[in-house]
Design a protein around this ligand. Sequence first.
Ligand code: MN
Length: 226
Amino acid sequence: MAIFQFDLALPAVPVEGEAALYPVRRVFCVGRNYAGHAREMGSDPSREPPFYFTKPADALVPGGGDITYPPGTNNLHHEVELVVALAKPVFKVSPEEAAGAVFGHAVGFDMTRRDLQFAARDQGRPWCLGKAFEHSAPISSLKRGTKPLTEGTITLSVNGQTRQSGNLNDMIWSVPEVISHLSHYYHLGPGDLIYTGTPEGVGPVVVGDRLLGRIDGVGELAVTIV
Ligand code: MN
């Protein structure tokens, strides 16, 4: 059957050292997966089950670069996160089985309209306006590696000043545990990205700010707010 030929660029992420791009189907994000960030958001960082929100795949900004300050907010925040990309179908798997489904990792920013997210949260409404908007998901090239990352420093600076600094081993739920848990609700597989949560130190950015995220063993992501 024919489909309409609109001028659409399908979302895809570069893979370090390779010509082929990783095509993206879905973007899942974990909320409050580091104790320090849970506390700064006013929550108890007990080991309650992980929770999720999603972003549209076309919110991705592969390779970073300039992103526009979004409409409707006066409080755009940065959140630096480890992103894991899946290579294999998984459904209702254990953490051990989930660990075998990893394609690679990237550095991602879960950009957040914090004022809109908090307004929604406080009224028990969905987070879409606060989280799932255009340019809200910058992402570095994917670094291939089938071993889930469970430690290494994760940092973000704004205009050269460190704002966030943590370690992947501070995650409340590890990469294999997140994939396993999420696989009980979705048939996960190739094309699925998971943003795995941010360490403490989130804060506002303004037009002109230059954000640099780094994760040991993964790479860097540079973004300028325009
Ligand atoms: Mn986040």
